[in-house]
Design a protein around this ligand. Structure first.
Ligand code: FE2
Ligand code: FE2
Length: 257
């Protein structure tokens, strides 16, 4: 697998944050039926995207020190900024259609509790990859469940960002995985898959009304999630030995230019 230095990601995120892909002059036009299908999920994801990211920052700080890569922390901070941009845009849309931004949601509360106790970069990485993979299907379904041009643009913008987020995180997962011995690799590989599949099913059950409105049924959703799992944490990806030597050099390198 091709991996990039943290400097690549800070550059990418800094540039991407400046690109505006949404025309806020468009009117928010959503039908009552569309609203019925998507509102609850839209509110829940808006809340989920607005986290301050303090716990992820703490875990990343600790990890960046351990691997002597201070720029990794900068990349994570920019990554969090993009998530907050998603939360702001979805919030702005809720304001435009006259619906409240919610403060509490059981899925968000559960995920926040997990985040609170999690200071381990590996757990963070697989958790973020899983949620982002589900997010790709969620925002595509949201886009397909509405004819509102503004909401479609908001979704497209998020989908573009999420694709890069997954690459950023899958490279990190691969780097962390590559440092393990054979037994730990075996355990980690199965734990990643198990976590990914279980969380995927929780996301489905929480948002099935929206997925179905976006013409995605459980069978299609589950197949797509399995394909995503193979791409981010499949055997051929994680056990790809070609890059290990390069990665070791990158991690131990004190300067990054
Ligand atoms: Fe996001
Ligand atoms: Fe993301």
């Amino acid at each position: 697998m091709e991996t990039h230095l943290s400097g690549y990601w800070t550059n990418y995120f800094a540039k991407n944050l400046k690109i505006n892909r949404i025309d806020w002059d468009l009117q928010a036009k959503i039908t009552a039926e569309e609203k019925f299908n998507i509102l609850k999920s839209l509110q829940a994801w808006q809340l989920g995207e607005t986290s301050e990211g303090d716990h992820l920052i703490n875990a990343s700080k600790k990890y960046a020190n351990t691997i002597n890569d201070p720029e990794y922390l900068d990349a994570v901070k920019l990554f969090i900024k993009e998530e907050q941009k998603h939360g702001n845009n979805l919030g702005k849309y809720l304001d435009l259609i006259g619906e409240p931004r919610i403060k509490k949601d059981w899925g968000d509360t559960l995920f926040r509790k997990i985040r609170y106790f999690n200071t381990n970069m590996e757990l963070w990485t697989i958790a973020v990859i899983t949620v982002e993979s589900a997010a790709q299907l969620f925002y595509q379904a949201l886009k397909d469940a509405t004819n509102c041009a503004l909401l479609k643009q908001i979704c497209t913008d998020i989908l573009i960002d999420e694709a890069a987020h997954i690459n950023f995180q899958r490279e990190r997962l691969y780097i962390i995985f590559s440092q393990k011995n054979a037994i730990s690799k075996w355990i980690a590989y199965h734990a990643y898959s198990c976590f990914f599949i279980c969380t995927s099913l929780v996301v489905w059950s929480a948002h099935k009304k929206l997925f179905k409105a976006g013409k995605l049924n459980l069978h299609g959703y589950f197949n797509k999630m399995k394909l995503k799992l193979a791409k981010v944490a499949g055997k051929t990806v994680l056990y790809d030995h070609k890059e290990i030597f390069k990665i070791t050099i990158k991690i131990n390198k004190p300067t990054y230019n």
